[in-house]
Design a protein around this ligand. Sequence first.
Ligand SMILES: [Zn+2]
Ligand SMILES: [Zn+2]
Length: 181
Amino acid sequence: MFGSAHAIFHSTWFVVARDVLVAALVVVWLGLAYRTYRDARRRIDDGWLVGTSTLLGLVPVVGPLVYLLFRPPETLEEAHARRVEVRALEARLTERRPHCPVCRSPVEAAYVVCPVCTTQLKHPCVACKAPLEPLWQACPYCATPVGAAVADLEAALTAEATALTAARKPRKRAAGRANAG
Ligand SMILES: [Zn+2]
Ligand SMILES: [Zn+2]
């Protein structure tokens, strides 16, 4: 009697243990597949690829491991944040460094001509040769009125127009020297 009771208990224990183990394995299997799906949603912007990743995640043990090897390194959120950061950085850099309007090479605020393509960027003051902004009516460094050189300016504009229509650099450079002097 004791022996048969022991046998029943033993077999029940065995069945329960087996069922619990199978249930745990199923939970782990579905959990991993679900985690793969969630992770793919966070990292992949393509519905078909997310579906494929989820199917791969349903392959027991090997599927999620293979997914881990090939998943995109950053989440969509991280990628977006990085893009925004890079764009902001670029905007700040271009804001701080003025460019030549013709050849786009970086120039300094004090440049009168672009050193690369010799485009006239600013007109120098007739008295002290300081670079003047187009809207300024007087030189802020030596107080010489810009209007004092109107005749000169007209000559400079004609010279620049000829230089722009002219073929290449040598004549342009000559025009620039004429403007400065
Ligand atoms: Zn230039
Ligand atoms: Zn001046």
